[in-house]
Write a protein that binds this ligand. Sequence first.
Ligand code: F6P
Length: 454
Amino acid sequence: MTGRRHRLIIVSNRGPVTYDRDANGARVERRGAGGLVTALRGLREHHDVTWIASATTDEDRVVAGEGRHDVVMVAHDPQAYDLYYNVVANPMLWFIQHSLWGPATTPVVGRELHEAWHQGYETVNRRFAEAVVAELDNDPDATVFFHDYHLYLAPRMVRELRPDARLAHFVHIPWPVDWTVLPVAMRRAVHEGLLANDVVGFHTARWARNFERSCDDVCGSCGRTEVTNHPISIDVDEFERLRDSERVLAAEDALQRPEKLVVRVDRTDPSKNIVRGLRAFGILLDEHPEWRGRVKLLARLDPSREKIAEYLTYREAIDAEARAVGERHPGAVELQVADAFPQSVAAYKQYDVLFVNPVYDGMNLVAKEGPLVNERDGVLVLSENAGAHDELGEWAVTVNPFDVWEQAEALHAALSMDAGERRRRAGAIRSQVRENDVAKWVRGLLSDLDRVSA
Ligand code: F6P
């Protein structure tokens, strides 16, 4: 800590660590899942940090009762947490913000959502707000830094109890202009909750602009809240160390590749557009027989949010599409569904084409991680709706995520690109990622937080 800055209270659904018991009953500590947690670690070098997060395992709940100073685990009522996480945050808010609903038929909003809103989302946000206020009572000068769509209501709850609190919020997912799918009272609560912050940050100017527009529509204006944008990135040193780690080298040895390898790495999330991606790869082989037997698509997929019906249906659609392509082109698609990060890094090193085609994505760190460690001057095929496209689009082959025909042609163009052009583009992306790493994102956030604290 520099001594110059106020204490920082980070508030996010997932925390920096999570606890379990091993076979012998001993407590084991694991790093929390997700890019957000890794990225926020840098803030701890500049601030005395207290991190407030949900207890997600039984052992977390035990730790919650022990009163640690640096990590506060909030033990929610399990039923409230289920409604908050599995009904409201995912899928309702997540689907709105990634434009995944199909308004002709979905969602059908009914009593379930209204009850989940009050008994789940409000309840859990209230518990977070109470935990924040308890921390502020210990240190009223601390700055509070909320993260993501799980916590849209908490800032206003804190503001009502502590009007002078310094509050910031970072939204890691896209912000759409149109929120009309959400009942009007909830829509207002989301916007008014966020506007209780002094600063609201997004990854790109596009999401920040959309936020200002939807605030105009829903609340008339943004009031005194400052809206900023800072693109999140990756820890370059960490990836360079990982690249040569034993586990990655072993995974690389096991990797089976034909002449050309197309790789995608995603959570099994409908926003990632895996089904259309498989369809596009099938079209590539249908339309360009010269690639048959010479190219494989390796889809490395981490299972995600498996209690949610929309995710289960999507998982089935992935399997069905992979089977359909496989029947026409045996052996052309390999699906690996498992949480296996070393395998993902091995695939990053080995791809000829990295296929990143999300419907919408706040940033998409795969588009940064892959090019940093790739050893084959691989080509990035990138959706125009990924936040990462703002920084990397110039050197990628851009695709519209809905257009499978265009995606098939983009894969063909990427696979056919000459060596000089591939080297030029891959080198430019690598430099861009190196020069704009997570430390720069953290510096941007710090300057926002300093302004809030001033
Ligand atoms: O910002 C989106 C995010 O919260 C990321 O941190 C992470 O990649 C993903 O969603 C994880 O989702 P969940 O916590 O539901 O597994």
